[in-house]
Ligand binder design. Structure first.
Ligand code: G6P
Ligand code: MG
Length: 216
């Protein structure tokens, strides 16, 4: 029985996945490393330093730790500039309606994000009140595809993972949901998110009844 829905943030609640891409793209261009949307799929859901490493790996480039930290900080400065524009109008289609219905029906709602900027984005979207618990990068030691972030959310919500649906736009995220023993709903391309129980283009029209059929 459905007890909780645990959402990823970037690319699920709002399209900040695009801003992460644009910020990494600028940095990769400056470093002269080829980087495109296809390769970017591997970065989705992956924490900041691991994302940088994936970009460097592509060019077989090795850098000292402190230079990597400086580059990661530079990417984050670009990203923070981009998210200054985020307003409640940037909620993706269907999100607000689904959050409202979950609340009304007493189903717990969690957020499981690998981003240190998750709190700021949620505040800009003005949806904090819909979440019973938020787990962000600060509370997590191992990045997706490790299930830690989803398990921490379920624990805080007081629900068994088997009664949770996780919603994700990233391959690493779908994997994390499966490893957590939850049911994954994918947002995006079925070819990339094939391991999800179901994949939809967006949350438009998604409701508690449809979610319940995925889990029972
Ligand atoms: C999310 C995004 C990733 C991003 C990561 C870290 O998982 O999908 O693209 O790299 O968060 O975000 P941060 O804001 O901490 O750099
Ligand atoms: Mg995401």
């Amino acid at each position: 029985k459905l007890a909780a829905v645990i959402f990823d943030l970037d690319g699920v609640i709002t399209d900040t996945a695009e801003y992460h891409y644009l910020a990494w793209k600028e940095l990769a261009d400056e470093l002269g490393i080829p980087f495109d949307r296809e390769y970017n799929e591997k970065l989705k859901g992956v924490d900041r330093l691991a994302s940088l490493q994936l970009i460097l790996d592509r060019a077989g480039k090795e850098l000292p730790e402190e230079e990597k930290l400086a580059l990661a900080t530079s990417k984050n400065e670009r990203y923070k500039k981009l998210i200054q524009q985020v307003t409640p109008d940037d909620l993706l289609p269907g999100v607000k309606e689904l959050l409202a219905e979950l609340r009304e029906k007493g189903i717990k709602v969690g957020l499981a994000s690998a981003s240190k900027n998750a709190g700021a984005v949620i505040r800009s979207l003005q949806v904090e009140a819909y979440f019973d618990h938020i787990v962000d990068a600060a509370a997590v030691e191992i990045s997706k595809p490790d299930p830690e972030v989803f398990l921490k959310a379920a624990e805080a919500l007081g629900v068994h993972p088997a009664h949770c649906i996780g919603v994700e736009d990233a391959e690493a995220g779908v994997e994390a949901i499966l490893l957590a023993g939850m049911t994954p709903l994918g947002i995006g391309d079925p070819k990339l998110l094939g391991r999800a129980k179901k994949v939809v283009g967006s949350l438009e029209g998604m409701d508690v009844e449809k979610l319940s059929t995925l889990i029972s």
